[in-house]
Design a protein around this ligand. Structure first.
Ligand code: ANZ
Ligand code: ZN
Length: 838
């Protein structure tokens, strides 16, 4: 009997699927529609294992839903604008477009080799004018709806290269190429009014019950709704023309614990102080150094400058507080000014310690602790107010409400809400992005490019020999007639943040007419995306921007929904052991060889040191290129392994033994099929096992527990292998082929044909089962980890020990307990329990 030859079979079936347009998504189909989407890749060069894992998961769902009778949209495209293409241009002297399109060609071929059920007719690339032209039209729609505006905002400025840097080009506060200390500079930039939707974006999270809780929480924190009090301190001395400073606090209950007032370096009071105070001016200058990213500002040392101004406490006119300029106060949050309570806020505590300001307790667990000093750090929690006059004894909540009530009654403040969410700055001073379709005219201001002149395409003849944005120096591209007055005007040379490109690509996938961004009726047939899958690194920005963009389109009547992604799944990473040579440099897995318990660096013959298991990355050199693995084992083994070894939300450690095991499984299925012979008679026990497997595999895929589906299939194959010839056995083999089809589609097609079935297994119906067969013959196995009950599973009475062990190890709860560690021992008490010793 012949072995299954994946190399030849894979290509044959892939060609067949493509010829017959099997995965073409028909928007006019009467079937129920399902849109399955994985986050589209950045065309960095080659497909990596993370892509393979991500797209395999989506593919299983897409194929499974098709077999259930759905019309499935499962598209693929390229998030093709961005910095790496410009870096390649600078380093290798190739045009960013040439580099990007070459990468797309390579990666498309690689993806096709894996046999994904993709409707390639809908492929798109964001760097294609046929895509970004529509994006420009949408930008102008939002502009006309008042959701786009321009204002001054800070950028990272490299004073040596004389160029704006992206956040990722600022390393430890220095320019990545020049090494110069980065400065903050103000430039006019374009913003999208995402803050208009803050409340709605927050509220909408509640409806997303098919999203991971952690992602919803991250979005909630990012939006950051804070309720509190905004109030004014009278100034004892005027600062310029100002005699008040307005602050925002979430803790009005701590108002008697105030030790100082602080304003942001760019606050009008700071600027006024600098007029007459050299020290203040110098301090403000100093604050301008360093990057603009939140992380840079958070981690910088807290510093301040004491001005000559004093603020008067609103509840005690005798009480004066010094006014500082402080680097940790942000101009664009709240009011850009605070009052500091060192006893109950850690930043204020550090600040007060440094500048020897009083640290008072105004909150305690109860009144009995009122005179306890504050220890080594601030106590930010709640309790009851102490040392706070009329507030004493009130809970934190009551005291806060009381202060707000008094402030409102006396007119010195009012209860308000502050949001951490900022408007979205979309201007990038870079070439490789969507040109912002605006023309600047000295007479008319910012004028939209007329619709019939879209797309505004990027000029091809650009050079990256000197730093900066080539669009800025491209005079012939830049100079245009003003669409409004006809006078000489300039094109906007900023391009859009690439997050704009990915904020609506899913709509374009659903509907792609040539003459408009999408057709509403068609798009709504597919949207929202039933299942979106991607990395947790996109949990905040990408998903928030896409949610915003959908809402913005809803507001202007272009689409009838607010939430683009109904289901969201964030998959774990693919990891591998790391290795180092004697000199500490990283070695790749194919530069080392195992000898017993030791590792040897093949070239030098010297010992190598294995290190931690980490996410595959170029910098640690622990990547495994999927291509040779695909060539050696075939697509199905790779897909099978990607699904089998870990729960999908957890990391998957790449191992040679894992892929070999997957490859053996493929051959086992093929062997069953190839040796299948027709026979008579029923096999009651096998029929029950089959029914159980059909039910369980479906449930597992529905719940995105692919490793459980795989474990069930192992069990089913064992059962079929052991069963004698019968009609039931033939039926079981035919069902098995359909059950493995979403995971191992090439093997399944080959098997389906070998069994003499008509048509493609991709088009076959998902097997059904008789629920009556599930009732009997089941036992509950207790699953313990180190003797503690962690899970229970229903299994067939009398299942072999090895199968019980496999099923127990597939339990998500067990995996969580093991946390990546291999079990030391597994004890099975048949039909009763499995105890895993970790
Ligand atoms: C007094 C106070 C006492 C504060 C206390 C906290 C604890 P969230 O929850 O993030 O909204 N703050 C206000 N505006 C600021 C700005 N522009 N830059 C830096 N810090 C600012 O934080 C609100 C708190 O952060 C406010 O409440 C204020 O400090 C500070 F025991 O006021 B608090
Ligand atoms: Zn004009």
């Amino acid at each position: 009997m012949t072995r299954f030859d994946p190399g030849e079979a894979d290509r044959r079936w892939q060609a067949r699927w493509e010829e017959q347009r099997v995965f073409h998504a028909d928007s006019n189909s009467a079937k129920p529609k399902t849109f399955v989407l994985e986050m589209f890749p950045y065309p960095s060069g080659r497909i990596h294992m993370g892509h393979v894992r991500n797209y395999t998961m989506g593919d299983v769902i897409a194929r499974y839903r098709r077999m259930q009778g759905h019309e499935v949209l499962h598209p693929m495209g390229w998030d093709a604008f961005g910095m790496p293409a410009e870096n390649a241009a600078m380093e290798r002297k190739v045009h960013p477009g040439e580099w990007t399109w070459a990468n797309i060609a390579t990666m498309r071929d690689q993806l096709k080799r894996i046999g994904f059920a993709i409707d390639w007719s809908r492929e798109l690339a964001t760097c294609d004018p046929a895509y970004y032209g529509h994006e420009q039209a949408l930008f102008l729609d939002l502009f006309e709806a008042g959701l786009v505006y321009r204002r001054e905002s800070e950028v990272n400025w490299d004073p040596v290269d004389m160029t704006v840097l992206a956040n990722e080009q600022v390393i430890d506060g220095k320019g990545w190429r020049s090494g110069a200390i980065v400065e903050r500079r103000k430039l006019n930039q374009w913003f999208l009014k995402i803050t208009d939707f803050a409340e709605d974006l927050l509220e909408g999270l509640k409806s997303l019950d098919q999203w991971p809780d952690k992602v919803r929480l991250m979005q909630e924190n990012w939006i950051g709704k804070s309720t509190g009090l905004q109030f004014r301190f009278r100034l004892a001395q005027k600062a310029g023309s100002q005699d008040e400073v307005e602050v925002f606090t979430t803790r009005p209950d701590t108002i008697f614990g105030a030790s100082f007032v602080a304003v942001a370096p760019d606050h009008p009071i700071a600027i006024a102080a600098a007029q007459s105070d050299q020290g203040a001016a110098a301090f403000i200058e100093e604050c301008k150094a360093g990057g603009t990213s939140a992380a840079e500002i958070e981690t910088a040392e807290k510093k301040g400058y004491k001005t000559a101004i004093e603020a008067v406490h609103p509840l005690d006119p005798q009480w004066r507080l010094p006014v500082y300029i402080a680097n940790f106060v942000l101009m664009d949050y709240g009011t850009g000014a605070i009052f500091g309570v060192p006893g109950h806020d850690q930043r204020d505590f550090e600040f007060a310690t440094k500048y020897k300001l009083p640290i008072r307790r105004v909150v305690a667990a109860d009144a009995g602790f009122a005179s306890d000093p504050i220890g080594k750090e601030a106590e930010p929690g709640s309790g009851v107010a102490v040392n706070s006059q009329f507030l004493d004894g009130m809970t934190t909540e009551k005291a806060a409400a009381d202060v707000i009530r008094r402030a409102e009654a006396a007119g010195w403040g009012k209860g308000t809400t502050a949001w951490r969410l900022r408007d979205w700055g979309v201007s990038r001073q870079r070439y490789w992005g969507t040109p912002i379709p605006i023309i600047h005219c000295d007479g008319c201001g910012a004028v939209p490019v007329p619709r019939d002149q879209l797309p505004v395409t990027l000029p091809e003849d650009v050079s990256f020999d000197i730093p900066g944005n080539p669009l800025d120096r491209h005079t012939s591209w830049k100079t245009v007639d003003c669409p409004s007055c006809g006078g000489t005007a300039r094109r906007e040379t900023d391009t859009l943040d690439t997050f704009v490109d990915s904020s609506w690509y899913f709509i374009r996938f659903a509907s792609q007419p040539a003459d408009q961004p999408f057709d509403r009726t068609e798009a709504e047939k597919w949207l929202p995306v039933a299942q979106y899958i991607g990395g947790v690194e996109h949990a905040i920005l990408h998903l928030l921007y896409a949610r915003f963009w959908t809402r913005a389109l809803q507001r202007i009547g272009k689409i009838g929904m607010a939430e683009p992604f109904k289901g969201l799944f964030t998959q774990g990473m693919v990891t591998h052991e790391t290795y180092r040579a004697g000199d500490g440099s990283w070695l790749s897995p194919d530069e080392v060889r195992r000898e017993g318990d030791d590792w040897i660096h093949i070239d030098s013959g010297q010992p190598a040191t294995p290190g931690r298991v980490e996410k595959m990355s170029k910098s640690k050199r622990n990547t495994i290129d999927p291509e040779p693995i695909l060539a050696k084992y075939g697509a199905d083994a790779v897909r099978w392994f990607m699904l089998s070894d870990s729960p999908p939300e957890r990391d998957l450690e790449w191992s040679e033994s894992g892929i070999e095991g997957a490859s053996r499984f493929v051959q086992r299925v093929w062997k069953l099929v190839a040796a299948a012979a027709s026979a008579e008679g029923q096999d009651e026990a096998l029929a029950r096992k089959l029914a159980r497997a059909v039910a369980a595999v479906g449930e597992a895929i529905d719940a995105l527990q692919f490793n459980k589906a795989v474990a069930q299939l192992y069990e089913l194959v064992n059962a079929i292998e052991k069963a004698g010839p019968s009609a039931t056995r033939s039926e079981a083999i035919a069902a098995l082929v359909r059950l493995v089809a979403p995971m191992a589609p090439h093997l399944a097609e080959e098997s389906w044909a070998a069994l003499g079935k008509d048509g493609l297994v991709a088009d076959a119906a998902w097997p059904e089962y008789d629920p009556a067969l599930l009732v009997d013959d089941q036992v509950t196995l207790a699953i313990q980890v180190n003797g503690k009950l962690r899970d229970t599973i229903m299994v067939a009475r009398g299942i072999p020990r090895e199968e019980a062990e496999v099923l127990a190890l597939a339990s998500e709860k067990v995996q969580r307990q093991l946390d990546g560690a291999a079990p030391r021992k597994v004890i099975v008490v048949p039909d009763r329990l499995v105890n895993i010793v970790a």
